[in-house]
Ligand binder design. Sequence first.
Ligand SMILES: [Zn+2]
Length: 127
Amino acid sequence: MSFDQDPNEQAQISGADFAAMCDEFKALRKQYDNLVSEYDCLETEKETLEDEFTDQQSELRKLRNFLSMEGYRRCDIPACNCGLYHGGNAMRRLTEVREALHEAGLSTNGKTILSTLREHLKLEPLP
Ligand SMILES: [Zn+2]
């Protein structure tokens, strides 16, 4: 017995066939409910992953901004083609300036390089 018959045809179904069809229907219904439940779980997981992706994109943007502010530039040199960041010598340059100030007898202890220089150049301190 199956559902593949012509619906206009009068069906002669035995009680045993009807019981088997009911069991088959119940099994299919259970399978359907499981699939719906599985789909809901996957949907929730997808939303979580999308949220994480958005957070990571935001973090990546912040990190790239930081690199950019520190003087690093994404490599666009065709001969290099490393896809990394080049440059970013700001700290090294500041260290060079600080060392030059110390060699000239100007201490930056407890002061910024800028305030040390402003003091030495007899400029008004910044507010
Ligand atoms: Zn490169």
